[in-house]
Design a protein around this ligand. Structure first.
Ligand code: MTE
Ligand code: MO
Length: 203
């Protein structure tokens, strides 16, 4: 994540330094979804925190909105090679939601679940350090295709870890692969290390 003073009026050279290897700068923010866009209704929308927690929590949209919100500026890198710089995301931190549930000491990993069935996995520390549950991008509500009303943002990883239409966070003792992680995408997904695919596929 970049501080605002590192971003404003950054010279071209500095911009180049922010595009990871094998990526290209994109002014657009395309929709990248496997399958169709789920229809979500705020009146029935819920987000659930379950698995290795002290007590399960389920929040309605009104309850989620009442959490403290924060704004994060970050770059976004999709494994299909486009990078979009300086996006601002507004929402509640994953850790603020999780603190309502309490994490059991055996929990080491997180699975994000989405409307439509998409999933992605993360180490617990990473999820708590930088996971943001965002409702707005660049001052506007997310577009339907971009995960409205709520998506996860994990700035230091490729975009497939930023789950759209997220509706549950599960805490696990053992790691388990999510949708793309089962289909050849790298478990760690660090764009600066070009962790795109399973190691055995890139040898
Ligand atoms: N639920 C869900 N979340 C998802 C995806 C998806 O197919 N379904 N695609 C992922 C991928 S590969 C990327 S790059 C980003 C793209 O977000 P965007 O469509 O807002 O650009 O969403 C991620 N989150
Ligand atoms: Mo992606």
């Amino acid at each position: 994540m970049k501080r605002p003073d590192q971003i404003k009026n950054a010279p071209d050279q500095a911009m180049g330094d922010r595009v990871p290897p094998g990526q290209f700068l994109s002014k657009k923010f395309p929709v990248l979804t496997y399958g169709s866009t789920p229809k979500v209704d705020l009146a029935t929308w819920k987000i659930r925190v379950f698995g290795l927690v002290e007590h399960e929590v389920e929040l309605t949209w009104e309850q989620f909105k009442a959490l403290q919100w924060t704004t994060v500026t970050a770059d976004f890198h999709c494994v299909t090679q486009w990078s979009s710089l300086d996006n601002t995301w507004e929402g509640a931190t994953l850790s603020s939601l999780v603190s309502l549930a309490g994490v059991q000491p055996q929990a080491r990993f997180v699975m994000a679940h989405c409307f439509g069935g998409y999933t992605t996995n993360l180490p617990l520390d990473l999820a708590l350090d930088e996971g943001l549950l965002a409702h707005k991008q660049n001052g506007r509500e997310l577009g339907e295709g971009h995960g409205w009303p709520l998506r996860l943002i994990v700035p230091s990883r490729y975009g497939w870890k930023s789950a759209k239409w997220v509706n549950a966070i599960e805490f696990m003792a053992e790691d388990a692969p999510g949708f793309w992680e089962q289909r050849g995408y790298n478990n760690n997904a660090d764009p600066w290390k070009e962790e795109r695919f399973w190691p055995e596929l890139t040898r």
